[in-house]
Design a protein around this ligand. Structure first.
Ligand code: ATP
Ligand code: MG
Length: 483
């Protein structure tokens, strides 16, 4: 250790004879151990530590101490006041030399070490000097390590916090509030999760949030897009291979599951996994083992699997493209991310967020947004969901417009699809036959009510958009069979 360091010791003992013996013993140390304070009373010692936390490194504490407060109680309270303080307990020789329980209780209360004092006929030292000094030095090293660990834990925690901030899920609609609650709840468990939702709804973002809130957060998060790996390479990518396993395997390659050990694997587009890889994946889930190509014997891994799909996986199972047993193993906790058009006011929140984000990125003030532009954005179908909204916001910011109004968002270069929702096209009602006006009106109302409700945050909000009183809205919904 660094010889210039002084280990600051507090001695708590009420017998002058023992105080002297402790001082004589530590004085032999080649490193600097300084008894900076001697107190003869447990309560006074505790108060002193409470007043000056982090002033001492090591306390040498006599077990039988005056002042009422002593032993395990005193140790616990000292550690509460200064968690890094290391406590060495010295006791009188007891007749029972195998009292492990006694020593164990001291350690459980938080003591670092325990020793029995030399008998009274040894006047110079309290204990075998080298052993005693070494335990003080070790206690000090432990304090240093604990402090370092706290610092690095704090740093890790800060980086997790900033990742969570960057991966924040925006939205106050009911489905989003429920989604956030589900993430909080299920992140704590280690069960596999299947996230379903259309393209661009935020499935990967949800997976990240689950990982960052789980106990695996300090470990790796490995996203794997099952749809983008050529079929013949899936197994070697996922599970790796040994050198010489096949022609061209010049080195050993760890698979992504091995790399992710102790962390989370995100299997995106899981429905695209070929059947042969599905069998191997099932084995990973059931046995916690991977079969590396060319390796005799399997390799243990511990990963949590979060899978995502924009297909109906149950349908893939019924049509024989996805293994049923694997489906049940992945779908322990199902999470569904609803399409953006069903999240009403979130469209506005997200749009504002992305406009601010990209303006910040460009170092320009965010453009003003005309409320009428929101109406258009809210009425749009968003087939590409949040990803499309993000792109729209980015294009608008890049265009350098100072104001985002109806004209800007109506530009076909901005919103690529028709602004009128597809559901409102006349042909769909007409359907080759002529309806009576009454039938046509009913069909129209049914579709239009459903549509308006889907882009509204509540019934009241839908009624407002339709320009009718909430009570009328409710009555009409009932007539249409929507309630
Ligand atoms: N609620 C949200 N709040 C903030 N950003 C979001 C939200 N949902 C999605 N995003 C952003 O939208 C983009 C698309 O999201 P993500 O990649 O998670 O979607 P996905 O469902 O995995 O899409 P795909 O099915 O195409 O793989 C990302 O940039 C993501 O950060
Ligand atoms: Mg994705």
């Amino acid at each position: 250790m660094n010889t210039s360091t002084v280990i600051k010791v507090m001695l708590v003992d009420d017998e002058e004879f023992d105080v002297r013996r402790v001082q004589n013993t530590v004085a032999l140390s080649p490193t600097k151990i300084q008894v900076e304070c001697v107190l003869s009373n447990g309560r006074a010692a505790l108060e002193h530590i409470q007043k000056y936390p982090d002033r001492y490194d090591v306390v040498i504490l006599d077990y039988q101490i005056s002042g009422g407060l002593r032993g395990e109680d005193l140790i616990r309270q000292m550690k509460d006041a200064d968690p890094f303080l290391q406590i060495i307990v010295i006791t009188k020789m007891t007749t029972n030399t195998t009292d492990f329980e006694f020593a164990n209780n001291l350690l459980k209360a938080g003591a670092f070490w325990y020793c029995t004092k030399y008998p009274g006929n040894i006047e110079e030292y309290i204990y075998q000097p080298t052993d005693f000094i070494l335990s003080i030095v070790n206690a000090y090293e432990k304090k240093k390590l604990e402090k370092q660990k706290m610092k690095s834990d704090k740093r890790l925690m800060q980086s997790i916090e900033s990742m969570l901030e960057a991966k924040k899920i925006i939205g106050e609609s009911k489905p989003m509030v429920e989604l956030r609650a589900a993430i909080e709840k299920y992140a704590k468990s280690d069960a596999n999760i299947l996230i379903s939702g259309a393209s661009g709804t935020g499935k990967e973002l949800v997976a990240w949030n689950i990982h960052l809130k789980s106990k695996r957060r300090y470990e790796k998060f490995i996203p794997i897009n099952c749809g983008s790996i050529p079929h013949e390479l899936v197994e070697s990518e996922l599970f790796g291979y040994e050198r010489g396993a096949f022609t061209g395997a010049v080195g050993t390659k760890p698979g992504l599951f091995e790399v992710a050990n102790n962390g989370t694997v995100f299997l995106d587009e899981v429905s695209e996994l070929p059947l042969s890889a599905q069998v191997k994946l099932l084995r990973v889930i059931q046995e916690g083992e991977i079969e590396k190509i060319g390796r005799t014997g399997s390799l243990s891994v511990n990963v949590r699997i979060i899978a995502a799909t924009n297909k109906n996986l149950a349908k893939e199972v019924s049509e024989g493209r996805f293994r049923e047993d694997l489906y049940y193993r992945l779908n322990v906790i199902p999470i569904d991310v609803v399409p953006l058009r069903q999240r009403g006011e979130d469209i506005i929140l997200l749009f504002k967020h992305f406009v601010e984000y990209f303006s910040n990125d460009m170092g320009t003030p965010p453009p003003e947004i005309d409320p009428k532009a929101y109406d258009i954005l809210m009425n749009y179908q968003w087939p590409g969901n949040v990803r499309e909204l993000r792109n729209v916001a980015q294009r608008l910011v890049l265009s350098g417009a100072e104001k985002i109004g109806v004209k800007e968002v109506s530009d076909p270069m901005i919103l690529k699809n028709t602004i009128l929702p597809k559901d409102l096209s006349f042909e769909e009602f007409y359907n080759g036959q002529v309806l009576t006006l009454r039938e046509m009106e009913r069909a129209f109302r049914l579709k239009y009510f459903k549509y308006v409700r889907s882009i509204s945050s509540s019934d009241a909000n839908a009624a407002e958009k339709l320009g009718i009183a909430p009570s009328n809205y409710y009555r009409m919904c009932k007539e249409l069979g929507l309630k």
